[in-house]
Design a protein around this ligand. Structure first.
Ligand code: ZN
Length: 252
């Protein structure tokens, strides 16, 4: 099933599900008891919002060998985790705004895991039970500020620097899916999720040994090699095979 959050004519944002190009409302709690109404509203008549409301946005750094090397870094021995603020969230189609403090804003195409169940100290063997589904992400990064600061809160935390969506797919198989990033139609990044240093189950176990994961929390699983600059007027598309495409214009 594909889960969305959507709005009609500026009304309150609701959860819904998608069947072909139609949306139906979901009533209740998508992580618990809910009811699906008939999918009858054409997608052209609604505005999609980011598909969930995370209490935490977890990210993993240097989780593809080639990407760690392209920036001159070692591959970490344990997952390297950081957070982005919820104020940085945008949805499919919304503008990425280049901040005046940076001269080097870059895209990072990533597979994103959505947590469906509260958990702490989850084992890799049981991690799948805590996965609600998957979506597509762009972990936008001010690379110059990341290098200058040493820690990453500012570089990764600007408003509009966390794009994910357009939907959550609850049946997606994340074991071997090709992740690509195109800027103005030109290929920049391409790798399979198979190439991750730490797989999704390992990441969930590691992160939940530190903090309680809540339903709706999301984990950006790291980006492949090929990160590059975004300029005013660019269109950046992140696509994951079998999952869909996330597209955002870039503006100053
Ligand atoms: Zn990233």
């Amino acid at each position: 099933m594909k889960i969305v959050r959507y709005q009609i004519n500026g009304d309150a944002v609701k959860y819904g599900w998608m069947l072909d190009d139609k949306i139906g409302e979901i009533q209740g709690d998508i992580f618990g008891e809910y009811r699906r109404r008939e999918a009858k509203t054409p997608i052209a008549e609604i505005k999609l919002a980011a598909p969930c409301l995370p209490t935490k946005i977890l990210c993993v750094g240097r989780n593809y060998v080639d990407h760690a090397r392209e920036l001159g870094n070692e591959v970490p021995k344990v997952p390297l985790i950081f957070l982005k603020p919820s104020s940085s969230i945008i949805s499919n189609g919304e503008n990425i705004i280049l901040p005046p403090q940076s001269n080097q804003v870059e895209h990072e195409a990533e597979l994103v895991v959505v947590i469906g169940k509260r958990g702490r100290n989850i084992t890799p063997e049981t991690a799948k039970e805590y996965i609600f589904g998957y979506t597509i992400g762009n972990d936008i990064t001010a690379r110059d500020l990341q290098k200058a600061d040493g820690q990453w809160t500012r570089a990764k935390g600007f408003d509009t620097f966390c794009s994910f969506g357009p939907w959550i797919d609850t049946e997606f198989d994340a074991s071997d899916a090709v992740v690509t990033c195109r800027v103005n139609g030109q290929m920049r990044q391409m790798a399979s999720t198979r190439d991750m240093v730490f797989n999704v189950s390992t990441l969930i176990a590691y992160i939940s040994s530190v903090m309680t994961l809540e339903p709706g929390d999301i984990i950006f699983t790291g980006t492949p090699a090929g990160v590059g600059e975004l300029k005013n007027g660019d269109i950046v598309d992140v696509e994951i095979e079998g999952l869909g495409k996330l597209s955002n214009p870039v503006k100053v």
